[in-house]
Design a protein. Sequence first.
Length: 249
Amino acid sequence: MSPFFSPARKKLIFFDMNNTILDRRQCFDSAFLEVMQDFTARWENDDSKLTAQEALQSYKSEWSRHRKTPIRSPISPDELRHICLIKALHPYPLGVNTAFTRSFFNQVEEREDHFVALFPGVEDTLEALSHHYKLAIISNGNRKRLQRNLEKMKLTAWFDHERLFTSENDGPRKPHPAIFEGALRSMSMQANQSVMVGNSWRNDVVGAASTGMDAVWIHPGNIKKISERRIGKQKVIIVRSFKQLIYTF
């Protein structure tokens, strides 16, 4: 199979981080369960109380219900987490005020990093691509947390701090063109020399295309192993997994 991109025309590959390079799909659930057990351990033998798993499902169901319900005044993520946690912990005699919610989710966030993992083939694929392309990251995540993850997963050989671009301090977030344009300027590259790789169609693919960049969408549910689409003039390659990038570039 001939690659869709080549070093003759492309010089730089940007990657999304969470759920593109790092598999965080089970991180929140595992961390929530651990923190939940810490807060409710004293009632673990009380049959009238929910288990940690039941509380997690209650939280996620409430979150999903609110996300699907049209409302006139949008709720911020912090407010929604608070509402959902009240629902999840209702059977327990805990005072779930905003300070409690903040403490609870600070602990969840700290423990999430214990469960983070790389998708299969990430290291080999990055090493192969690094011989022909510059590699960088554009993420909506917290910069300090991303740096910790890069170090923990031993990815700093491919991504140093100068190649990590985030939406820190209320800056523009993907899919806003400004975050892509800022990263391109910092890397001294033109949009047509660069490709964005990510798992979010809206944030990574559409956002990159709006700046004139081609993109690769990692979509495990794609029918074909590798396929091609267009957004205007921009090429979008769809693959099922990270390790298939080796056949794309």
